[in-house]
Design a protein around this ligand. Structure first.
Ligand code: 5GP
Ligand code: ZN
Length: 114
């Protein structure tokens, strides 16, 4: 997707602090962090929203979640706790239409969210 910001980060056309990558997944720091740790875990493949996932994507989604947990462990926030969020479409506040798992932690987080 030529106009997708996260595709451009994945393709190194836009800078980001990349904290993990493999052949299917890239994880980078959010530009406006909502906590001491705020990482976005994304698939390399452009998928606009969770509504666009297909059965064949089950393994990929599992990898996104397990990678977020691994990054949380590597940053020392796993035991204390962290939040993982996928926003979907307008009512959730989704602004970038390339699925991304927010990993937020390093401070106490409130619930329910706003
Ligand atoms: P959403 O609201 O779609 O769930 O989350 C999009 C996230 O992308 C936001 O947390 C926002 O701060 C982050 N973001 C927007 N533009 C950029 C950018 O250019 N670089 C990085 N690293 N993050 C971005
Ligand atoms: Zn994209």
């Amino acid at each position: 997707m030529a106009e997708c910001l996260f595709c451009k980060i994945i393709n190194r056309e836009i800078n980001a602090t990349i904290v993990y990558e493999d052949d299917r997944i890239v994880a980078f720091n959010d530009i406006t962090p909502q906590g001491p740790t705020h990482v976005l875990v994304v698939p390399r493949r452009h998928i606009p929203t969770l509504n666009d996932l297909e059965p064949g994507d089950d393994q990929l989604v599992g990898e996104l979640i397990r990678r977020a947990a691994a990054i949380a462990k590597s940053k020392g926030i796993a035991a204390g706790g962290y939040r993982t969020v996928f926003n979907t479409n307008h009512d959730s506040g989704q602004t970038i239409f390339h699925i991304h798992l927010h990993l937020i932690g390093g401070r106490a987080l409130h619930w329910p969210p706003g």
